[in-house]
Design a protein around this ligand. Structure first.
Ligand code: NAD
Length: 440
C-alpha cells in the first residue's frame, strides 16, 4: 500500500500565496507560470532561451495558446509574473521550483533526461551556495523512479530541500482552460508537509488534489496518456469495423458512450485477474476473424486476447513460484457470483499446475459438481476429468487442507469474514484490495 493511500483524496487547504519559480517556459511552463500568477502567486519564469523570457517580460506569449497572451500581459503588468534567463534569479525569488523542462524521446523510445538533469544540477549548486528550505517539484513527464533515482541524488547533500512530483495534464489548444478547470490534480511525495504545500498552490481552483506516493504520481501521467491513446485507437478501429459492416461509426460510438454504468465508468478498469467467460473471448475472436475477412487490420483489438493470455501467464508463474506444497484456490468460475465455467482462466491455470505436478484444490461457493450441468459441466470435465476430487465442499475444508491460498475472485461476505480470521498466506489475484474484501 502506498504511503498516501489512507488519505489520498483531500480537499486543498488554505495556505498563503507562494513565491514560485517555473523552470522551462515551453507550453507547460508558460501556461503554469501565467496561471499560477493569476491565482495570486508571485511567479518567476526561467528559460535559457532568451526569446521566451523576453516575450514574457513584454507581456506576450512565446507561442499561440488561446487565452495565454492576455493572462501573461495582465500578470506581468500587475507585477505577479516576471521572467529571466538566469536560474540564480529564479531561485533567489522563490521557495518552490517547478521543473517544466522538456523530456523528449531518444531514438529507442527512452526518455531524454539531460534537460532535467542539467536544471536540477544548476538548482542544487545555487542552493548549496545559499542554503534555504526549498520544494523542488517535477512537473515534466518522467518515468516512475526518476525523482528518486535522478533528482533526489542531486539534492541529497542539501538539508531542507523536499522533492515532490506534480504532473501536468493540460492539452495544447485549451491549456489555459485545462489549468484553471483541471481534470485531475495529482501531487506525490514522501514528505507530507511539502506535498500539502504544493497541493495548496491550486486551492483557489477548488479542485480536490489527489495526494499519492512519488512513483504513483509519476506513473499516473503515463497511465492517463496511454489510456487516451488506447481510447482514440479503439474508437478508430471500432469506427472502421462499423463502416465496413454497414453501421455508422459515429452512431455506434455515440451510443456506446451513453452507457455510463459499464462503458464510460470505472467498470473493468481495475487491475486484477484475466478476463474469461462465455462472451468476451468469443466475441473478440469473432471481431478479429470478421476484420480479417474484411481486409481490415485491427491491431489493438487483435492484441486484446494475447494481452489477456500474457496476464494469465504472469499469474500462473506467480502461483508456480509459491513456496507451497498444497495450494487452495478460492474461485473456479471466471468471476464471482456465477457458476459459468466456460473459458474460465482459473481452469487453464489449474490444468497447467496439475500438469506440473502441483497439488491443488479449489472451492467456489457456486460450483458443486452435483449441481452444474450441460455445456458448463462438459467444459469442466473435458479440461480436468478428475475435477471431482479437487473440489472442496466448503471454504473451511479448503483452508484446513491448504498451506497457501490463491484468491481469484472477490469472496462473498461470509467467506471474507472467515478469511480475515485465518492465518493462511494469501496470493490475491482478484484485484480488489484484500482490505476492501475484508481479508487481512
Ligand atoms: N506539451 C504538452 O501538451 C504537455 C502536457 C503535459 C505534460 N507535458 C510534459 O511537460 C514537459 C515540458 O513539455 P513542453 O511541451 O512544455 O516542452 P517544451 O520543449 O515546449 O519546453 C521546454 C522548455 O524548457 C526549456 N529548458 C530546457 N532546459 C532548460 C534549463 N536548463 N533551464 C531553463 N529552461 C530550460 C527549453 O528552452 C524549453 O523552452 C515534458 O516533459 C512534457 O512531456 C507536456
Amino acid at each position: 500500500m502506498g504511503y498516501w493511500d489512507a488519505r489520498s483524496t483531500v480537499l486543498t487547504e488554505s495556505f498563503p500565496t507562494a513565491r514560485v519559480a517555473v523552470f522551462g517556459l515551453g507550453y507547460v511552463g508558460s501556461v503554469t507560470a501565467a496561471c499560477l500568477a493569476s491565482l495570486g502567486h508571485q511567479v518567476t519564469g526561467v528559460d535559457r532561451d532568451a526569446f521566451k523570457a523576453e516575450c514574457i517580460l513584454k507581456g506576450k506569449a512565446p507561442f499561440f495558446e488561446p487565452g495565454l497572451e492576455e493572462l501573461i500581459a495582465t500578470n506581468v503588468s500587475s507585477g505577479r509574473l516576471s521572467a529571466a534567463t538566469c536560474a540564480r534569479q529564479g531561485i533567489a525569488q522563490s521557495d518552490i521550483g517547478l521543473l517544466c523542462v522538456g523530456t523528449p524521446s531518444e531514438r529507442n523510445g527512452n526518455l531524454r533526461l539531460d534537460h532535467l538533469k542539467r536544471v536540477v544540477d544548476e538548482i542544487a549548486g545555487l542552493l548549496s551556495e545559499a542554503p534555504k528550505p526549498y520544494i523542488l517539484v517535477v512537473r515534466s513527464t518522467v518515468f516512475p523512479g526518476t525523482c528518486e533515482q535522478v533528482v533526489a541524488p542531486a539534492v541529497a547533500r542539501l538539508s531542507g530541500v523536499s522533492l515532490v512530483s506534480n504532473p501536468e495534464f493540460l492539452r495544447e489548444g485549451c491549456a489555459v482552460q485545462d489549468f484553471l478547470q483541471p481534470s485531475l490534480v495529482v501531487v506525490g511525495g514522501n514528505e507530507e508537509q511539502a506535498v500539502r504545500r504544493i497541493a495548496s498552490l491550486y486551492a483557489a481552483l477548488k479542485a480536490p488534489a489527489r495526494l499519492v506516493s512519488l512513483r504513483t504520481a509519476e506513473m499516473i501521467k503515463y497511465a492517463c496518456n496511454a489510456f487516451h491513446a488506447v481510447k482514440v485507437a479503439f474508437a478508430n478501429e471500432i469506427g472502421a469495423l462499423s463502416e465496413k459492416s454497414g453501421a455508422s461509426a459515429h452512431e455506434v460510438m455515440d451510443t456506446l458512450c451513453l452507457d455510463r454504468k459499464l462503458n464510460i465508468s470505472p467498470a473493468y478498469l481495475k487491475p486484477g485477474f484475466a478476463f474469461g467467460g462465455s462472451c468476451l473471448p468469443k466475441d473478440l475472436r469473432a471481431i478479429v476473424y470478421r476484420g480479417s475477412r474484411l481486409d481490415l487490420k485491427l491491431p489493438l483489438l487483435e492484441a486484446a486476447l494475447p494481452s489477456n493470455q500474457q496476464h494469465l501467464e504472469r499469474a500462473i508463474q506467480q502461483v508456480i513460484e509459491l513456496p507451497a506444497a498444497r495450494i487452495g484456490f478460492l474461485g473456479l468460475a471466471f468471476k464471482e457470483n456465477t457458476d459459468d465455467l466456460r473459458e474460465s482462466p482459473v481452469i487453464e491455470m489449474l490444468e497447467r499446475l496439475i500438469g506440473k505436478g502441483r497439488d491443488v484444490r479449489v472451492y467456489d461457493p457456486h460450483v458443486q459438481l452435483s449441481s452444474i450441468y450441460g455445456s458448463n459441466r462438459e467444459f469442466l470435465l473435458k479440461a480436468i476429468p478428475h475435477i471431482g476430487r479437487l473440489l472442496s465442499e466448503s471454504l473451511d475444508e479448503l483452508l484446513a487442507w491448504a498451506d497457501h491460498l490463491v484468491i481469484t475472485q472477490k469472496p462473498q461476505a461470509q467467506d471474507a469474514e472467515e478469511l480475515a480470521s485465518n492465518a493462511l498466506p494469501v496470493l490475491n489475484l482478484a484485484g480488489a484490495s484484500l482490505i476492501t474484501m475484508g481479508v487481512r
